[in-house]
Design a protein around this ligand. Structure first.
Ligand SMILES: Cc1cc2nc3c(=O)[nH]c(=O)nc-3n(C[C@H](O)[C@H](O)[C@H](O)COP(=O)(O)OP(=O)(O)OC[C@H]3O[C@@H](n4cnc5c(N)ncnc54)[C@H](O)[C@@H]3O)c2cc1C
Length: 388
């Protein structure tokens, strides 16, 4: 791999995106760079990190927003990381410069691209999505709007892990007045996950009497008072009415990525060391990197320290290591205080699985301080349930 003749030892490392891939890379770099003069700049359009696997718990009230979405400034206080809450508008790889909406141009020595992917735009603007804290707030506002209605019909499009977890949480939160319809284009639930997880998910859906339609396509959605959905199943067309529609199916490319070389499919081609092809000073990880691994937080979480070490190796002209992913297992939340965990051949379900999942995620919050704050708060809630 080509290296610059004189690798600058006081570089500015810009990290684009402060999600799992970007924030955890910044933290790993800050740990390595303690004795070095590296300027680490983390840029995200949001003012806070969002731990997306726990967003469902905000709908059920099992967790509070500050626990899983801490502001960067609070989280990174005392860390040698500069945070810019700004929108990245362009990346010029040849000039080694990014263009920020408010701050203007920013030069970098090394770049880490961790911009993730976006929710696929639903076919109607009033359809809700479920990917961010802002989406959770919108959904909660809608549920509040319908709170005095005696029955509530909700259609969830997409029965991937996200659709199933959301359906179970909503069902447990709303009780018997809800009717949830889970609509899925595929013929099978969760084919990418292990059979015990699949079985637990099917059981959770059946126990809650969630209506599941497989092999079903959404042709059209209209919104006049209620939503009217036009669906097809085995070439038969039918209509359906819903008070709320939530879209969890599919993702789309971040527009910034499509404009970069090799980004035509929404992901950037990378070397096994996670460097951008033809731009070795640029590292790419997380959902935006075209790798053989799934688009999950678990992958991004493992890639982050690897990228930090490889970037250090690149700066000091040492050999870089290819990234190898170790799949630790799968976990789903399946309703309030209920879940499934499958790891190393062992499957746990119910309350115990919920507890293990919660503890694992609390331990994986970005900083030890945040993990301890949340853990202490949870303990307090167990012993004094009314304390806030
Ligand atoms: C509801 C939900 C549940 C999930 N559950 C799980 C789970 O249980 N287990 C699991 O392993 N994975 C789960 N995932 C997937 C996981 O969240 C993603 O794989 C992970 O977030 C990818 O990390 P990332 O850093 O690549 O992207 P993201 O976390 O999406 O981070 C990208 C960041 O880039 C920022 N950004 C994008 N464009 C710009 C711009 N132009 N300017 C400035 N900032 C920008 C965004 O604001 C964002 O903060 C879930 C995802 C969702 C949505």
């Amino acid at each position: 791999m080509n290296r610059p003749a004189n690798s600058p030892l006081n570089p500015r490392i810009c990290i684009l995106g402060g999600g799992f891939a970007g924030l955890y890379s910044a933290l790993a770099l800050a740990k390595i760079s303690l004795l070095q003069q590296w300027e680490i700049v983390l840029i995200d359009q949001r003012d806070r990190f969002e731990f997306s696997p726990l967003l469902y718990e905000l709908i059920s009230g099992e967790l509070e927003a500050w626990e899983i979405a801490p502001p960067y400034l609070q989280l990174l206080r005392n860390w040698p990381i500069t945070v810019y809450c700004d929108r990245i508008e362009a990346i010029n790889l040849n000039a080694r410069q990014v263009q920020l909406r408010d701050r203007g141009p920013l030069n970098y020595t090394y770049l880490i691209i961790a911009l993730g992917v976006e929710s696929r735009l639903p076919p109607h603007p009033d359809v809700l999505t479920f990917r961010s804290l802002a989406d959770v707030e919108k959904l909660k506002a809608e549920l509040e709007r319908f709170k005095h209605q005696s029955s509530l019909d909700i259609s969830i499009i997409g029965a991937g892990a996200s659709g199933i977890e959301l359906a179970c949480k909503l069902c447990d939160r709303l009780g018997p007045r809800q009717q949830i319809h889970l609509i899925h284009r595929g013929s099978q639930l969760l084919p990418e996950l292990s059979p015990p997880i699949r079985k637990a998910a099917e059981r959770a859906i059946n126990q809650r009497r969630i209506r599941l339609s497989l092999n079903t396509n959404v042709e059209k959605i209209q919104h006049q008072g209620d939503f009217q959905l036009q669906l097809t199943q085995h070439e038969q067309s039918f209509r359906e009415t819903s008070h709320l529609v939530i879209w969890t199916a599919g993702t789309q490319a971040n527009p910034l990525i499509s404009s970069l070389p090799g980004g035509d499919r929404g992901q950037l081609r990378v070397t096994p060391e996670l460097q951008l092809t033809r731009y070795p000073e640029v590292f790419v990880l997380g959902d935006v990197a075209a790798t053989p691994f799934p688009n999950t937080a678990q992958v991004a979480y493992q890639q982050a320290p690897h990228v930090a070490q490889n970037l250090k190796g690149y700066i000091f002209q040492q050999p870089l290591k290819p990234f190898h992913y170790k799949h630790i297992g799968d976990m789903l939340t399946l309703g309030i205080h209920n879940g499934v965990v499958h790891s190393f051949g062992l499957t746990l379900t119910g309350r115990l699985a919920h507890l293990i999942r919660s503890l694992t995620y609390i331990q994986r919050l970005p900083t030890l301080k945040q993990s301890l704050r949340v853990f202490a708060h949870r303990l307090k809630r167990i012993f004094r349930p009314s304390s806030r």
